[in-house]
Design a protein around this ligand. Sequence first.
Ligand code: BGP
Length: 493
Amino acid sequence: MSFPKGFLWGGATAANQYEGGFDEGGKGLTAVDVTTNGSNTEPRKVTWRKADGTTGYSPMVWGADFAVPKDATPAVLPDYYYPSHGGTDFYHHYQEDIELLAKIGFTTFRFSIAWSRIFPTGEEKAPNEAGLAFYDKVIDLCVQHHIEPCITLQHYDTPLALVQKYGGWQDRRLIDLFEKYATVVFKRYAGKVHYYTTFNEINAMDEAPYLGGGLTDPTPQNRAQGAHNQFVASAKAVRAAHQIGSGIQVGMMLAYQPVYAETCNPKDQVAAMLNMERGLFYADVQAGGEYPKARLIQYQRAGIKLADTPEDYALLKQYPADFLSFSCYTSSVVTADPTRNENAQGNLGGGTVKNPYLETNAWGWATDPAVLRLALNNLWHRYHKPLFIVENGLGWADEIAADGKVHDDYRINYLRYAVQSMKDAITEDGVDLIGYALWSAIDLVSNGTGEMKKRYGLVYVDRDDWGNGSLKRIPKDSYDWYAKVIKSNGEDL
Ligand code: BGP
């Protein structure tokens, strides 16, 4: 026996990439709803309109980002294709999808609630009942199938009205608006939902602040303030959940990549250490309860001044995350030379290079058989918080074979490594891991590129990069393989 009894096995999705129905049931627009699709080589773009009617777009480049012109606000423009508007239509397929997942024994299903379904502009006095009614049906169906929902409260989809009015999460007013939204959700689903996370990949505020925080003017000052405001909002959400009780736990969610130094040259080692520390800053605050000194020194040197209160720091200390959830797809290799940037994944900026020992997919993401064991050990020994892997998987341009099926043996190989790696971390290293929700339960739109072609699901969905297709669901070979894994509690790989 290696995985504990009751270990949560499942998969993950996100409203903005999966749900569709973007303007149904009274839903308001979100930041990502004004983001067009891209490709492996073309960045996604945010469309905007100025008061005088002039329109345009800003390409969104990972790690470099973009800014909307000062006198413009993000808006939906005709003549563009916005992949989040259709997703893969969970909004109308939720029953079929949840039943497919129940059939292979899922015990957890991670999805996100779109804040703008509950509060369309973020600022209404009362929640939108039609939005809640949709999640009532989803959650009830999960409970009926003994699937624990694991709900993300914001997955890259700040309500657009808050982006237009306040420039996104840089504004402190969002803290209490978020707390109000979270509280409505916690109360509504008390007794049915036990696992929540606040902000998906909260460290996206560094690499992709428009997605992470709806920041239209992503200066270092605004990124720092945006992160601070999300920290305080998370702590307030933890407090609200604990006050409500019913066994609700609120975790943090970090994008995590273990880092290797390219060589044993001390310069590379220091570069790798600094890279790792930068990535863990967010967990230091949310799991550890306080800002690491190094970050405060950096802020001081850069002239960054936070709009904060003593109460903020008391909240961070008193209400840290109940568990630490994270996404982890691959590792990265760091060199001291900032001019070298061979990492096609490209979201770590200069000084990252290819790993000659690993194979990559078409998007440059390397398959690392040890990545989860490394990640779990690093996070467990640093924070001693229960861990939950809520994203891990392989993006591939899957194709339907002549027999009408999808033979994704490459994905099975990747996932086999993942399960073995978790098993090593549990049985050999003693880490406390609650569950594994692979990315993605069902095919959905890629977050990085907006493509449909970059697929991760156990279930294929007939939809192309431009939204054409029947939306038919076709279980892949990995779907059957995962059924076996769940049934044997991780023994039969
Ligand atoms: C994470 C996001 C997900 C997801 C995944 C895969 O960063 O939380 O939303 O999409 O990465 O990334 P991509 O879709 O860019 O391949």
